[in-house]
Design a protein around this ligand. Sequence first.
Ligand code: UN1
Length: 506
Amino acid sequence: MTTTDDLRAGARTALRHCGVDLAAIDGDLLTARTPVTGETLFRIGGSTADDVDGAVAAAHAAFLHWRTTPAPVRGALVKRLGELIGEFRDDLAELVAIEAGKIRSEALGEVQEMIDVCEFAVGLSRQLYGRTMPSERPGHRLMETWHPLGVVGVISAFNFPVAVWSWNTAIALTCGDTVVWKPSELTPLTALACAALLDRAIADTGAPPKVHQVLLGDAAVGERLVDSPSVALVSATGSTRMGRAVGPRVAARFGRSILELGGNNAAVVTASADLDLAVNAIVFAAAGTAGQRCTTMRRLIVHEDVADELIARLTAAYQRLLVGDPFDGATLVGPLINEAALVRMRQALARATEEGGKVLVGGDRELADTSPNACYVRPALVRMPAQTGIVREETFAPILYVLTYSELDEAIALHNGVPQGLSSGIFTRDQREAERFLAADGADCGIVNVNAGTSGAEIGGAFGGEKETGGGRESGSDSWRAYMRRATNTINYSEQVVLAQDVDFL
Ligand code: UN1
């Protein structure tokens, strides 16, 4: 098992490579901790709520300059950021593994998302297209223009400590906005590394220094950011509970928000499914990242004809999963983020049992003797008699509830019968079944897949979900529009006033 001293040394080296001044992080406000051993790495300084107003004011001043910087020039900053992330890919992945407990391949995958979204945003910097529409009036032109919006407050979660920041920041900077970032308290080191790389990109390209700032701090920092009248857009990733607090507060001051909240993602496995493919996809989506993705598969809705076989194969696969030190190359499932997550997982399993469920495999703590302060757990597969109580809630841990069905309509009803609506999948070889799932009265999520798991979306698509997931969209496609304001322009090049709708006046 990697020791805390190893991790501390690894973190120091990676931070230094990324340009973080180690002396500057010394302080007594926050604890940087690793879930790998469950122990403290460093005590560090940070910001308090009183620092927020100054940061937002500086970001707003930078915005006044940045908004008139040509978009392709703004893109050059993001291009440089992407190059630096590529150069320090291993260091960033190391920090993600240390702070979020991800296995190397997943940590590298997260960093790859950053590079991908930077490339996407660079292309976007020449494609912030507005439409032109035919005017109903002679001698008139009707068109729309997209302008930068203002300061964007980014609030991110521990589980994708760098990728979600990059989705927002690469797009926001390209759109001419400036960013104030409040990362999770659980992952301050990765945030410092990202901010240092972006500072270097800013210096290299001559962009205004305050186009990006990071505020390490507690919930009070996030609250002040949310309430700040100069923050035009709050993009917040976290629990539905957090979103319920953030959304109305931003709306009350007529700010905008992008909410990326809880998921309770399900896959339907039909009788025609390729079970080899389904098993592999399900195990990654349900057990990968120790169940700590917002896209993690939490419910499996299986046709009764294939349920026994699929459950037997999944049970065997779950028993074989290597749970442990994410720095061991053979490990597939790293630790839960902290003790509170373990407690919530146990409570969920206890409730599932009370509600008539049967734990088929997993749920037990592992490595408690060698790593008493860390929370390693075998992913759990739980057969449930109905979609009640706990199955309708998101527990941020590797628990997959299995339900069965006989008709596809029933499966879709079960699928949609939860408050959340992020990601979904169907495993089938029948095109009719697939199309039914993709149709308007099919799956009600923001992400709907066929023969692919619920997690691991590419950055090129819009990411986000419906219902209690919050409705926001980030990263690819036309998500950029949420980071800009639209002006509709009417240009009269005739010599008279012509009123729309044929209105006669004067
Ligand atoms: C998250 O868990 O907040 O689709 C983001 C995925 C990743 C992003 C997850 N690309 O699983």
